[in-house]
Design a protein around this ligand. Structure first.
Ligand SMILES: [Zn+2]
Length: 389
């Protein structure tokens, strides 16, 4: 009996050792990127060691690693950035998500889509090679309002569809946030409707943002308690006073200027003699963005692709460049493309690069903290510890 117990013990012990050994063999050794600059989403760490594996980030700092334990990559002259996000696009098909992630844009914030299209794209949201997809789905607009001109039937706010019902329908169908499209050249929602939309969105814990093109409309929707603007104002006569800026700052709204689309629009109108006098000059638009930034209003990077033939990939780096031309320091532009977006949209799956965070990042050949044009250089895209592009 005694002998049997003894044998049983050793059989178990042998099995446990074998299993532990197999598990150890299966585990990928961690990767160390040595001597690399890291922008973690909020601050810069210069020439540090960055250690990670598929389970997350292990270490960011100056400590010298023990030799022989890691796959070592040379990080000299390179910069690690957290997942970039394009805060204003319209996703046409799932391939757009792939195009975005191939340059390090880990999520696209869709700002108007039909419920059906959103439903077909949403299943890709967690696929390895695709960027995450977030969408407002249909924007809130009245009959004849902005968004109704594209020949696609969409629900509109009217006698038989209240603002609150419209919001609940969108959320029920999966909308991540609520978008209002308030455009003065078309039919518009009234103040009571705007407030009712924002209130209902907030009741369900959703962010509510609005399309505007004039300062006047921006001030109206801000008065109705929206959380963000999907464009900065760009129409003639739109120049914020100190008082406007104070109201904007105190309201806590964020602004996605979409300088890319405004620049292209003004260029197109000018070239085709379509009445450029109806718009601000590009210099004035850049000045308005600078004043918002200086006032402390969160600025978010977004392009409004695919409007005016913009792509979902490197156009985003043009937008970052335009934000530097508006006068934002490089580190602030990097925040505009990352942490300002995570915070404004309360995106739980995105955060600063730190110990135990997912190892999802861009490894860029260059230093955008010194030269924003470096954003266009060669890059490696790592997602959950795997190099995917
Ligand atoms: Zn748009």
């Amino acid at each position: 009996m005694k002998m049997n117990m003894f044998r049983l013990f050793w059989s178990y012990a042998f099995l446990l050792f074998t299993l532990a050994g197999l598990a150890a063999c299966n585990r990928q050794p961690a990767t160390l990127i040595a001597d690399v600059n890291v922008f973690d989403g909020e601050r810069v760490h210069e020439k540090v060691n960055f250690i990670f594996n598929e389970r997350g980030i292990h270490y960011i700092g100056k400590r010298k690693p023990r030799p022989g334990r890691y796959i070592v990559l040379d990080g000299r002259g390179k910069t690690i950035l957290p997942p970039l996000i394009n805060a204003h696009v319209h996703v046409a098909e799932a391939d757009n998500l792939r195009e975005a992630l191939s340059v390090g844009v880990f999520a696209l914030m869709d700002m108007f889509s039909t419920d059906e299209r959103a439903l077909s794209i949403r299943p890709y949201k967690d696929s390895l090679l695709y960027a995450r997809y977030f969408s407002s789905q249909v924007g809130a607009t009245p009959p004849g309002g902005h968004g109704t001109q594209f020949g696609v039937r969409i629900p509109v706010i009217c006698d038989t569809l209240s603002p609150a019902r419209f919001v609940r329908d969108r959320i029920h169908r999966g909308a991540d946030y609520i978008k209002i499209t308030q455009e003065f050249t078309r039919a518009r929602l009234d103040t009571a409707q705007l407030s009712a939309i924002a209130d209902e969105a907030h009741r369900h814990g959703k962010v509510c943002l609005a399309h505007v093109s004039r300062l006047e409309d921006a001030m109206e929707v801000i008065g109705c308690d929206v959380d963000g603007l999907a464009h900065i104002w760009y129409r003639k006569g739109s120049s914020a006073t100190e008082r406007d800026l104070k109201v904007i700052k105190e309201s806590g709204v964020f602004v996605i200027p979409t300088l890319s689309v405004i620049k292209k629009l003004i260029g197109y109108v000018q070239e085709n003699e379509l009445g450029v006098e109806r718009y601000l000059s590009m210099d004035s638009v850049l000045t308005e963005v600078r004043r918002l930034y200086q006032k402390g209003v969160p600025v978010l990077a977004g392009t409004d692709a695919p409007n005016l033939n913009m792509n979902y990939s490197d156009q985003f780096f043009e937008e970052m460049q335009l934000l530097t031309e508006a006068g934002l320091p490089n580190e602030e532009v990097l925040k505009a493309a990352t942490s300002n977006i995570y915070q404004s949209f309360a995106l739980e799956d995105f955060g600063v690069l730190e110990k135990d965070a997912p190892a999802s990042f861009v490894l860029l050949d260059g230093n955008p903290l010194l030269r924003m044009e470096d954003m266009k250089k060669e890059k490696e895209i790592w997602k959950n510890g795997l190099r995917i592009y």
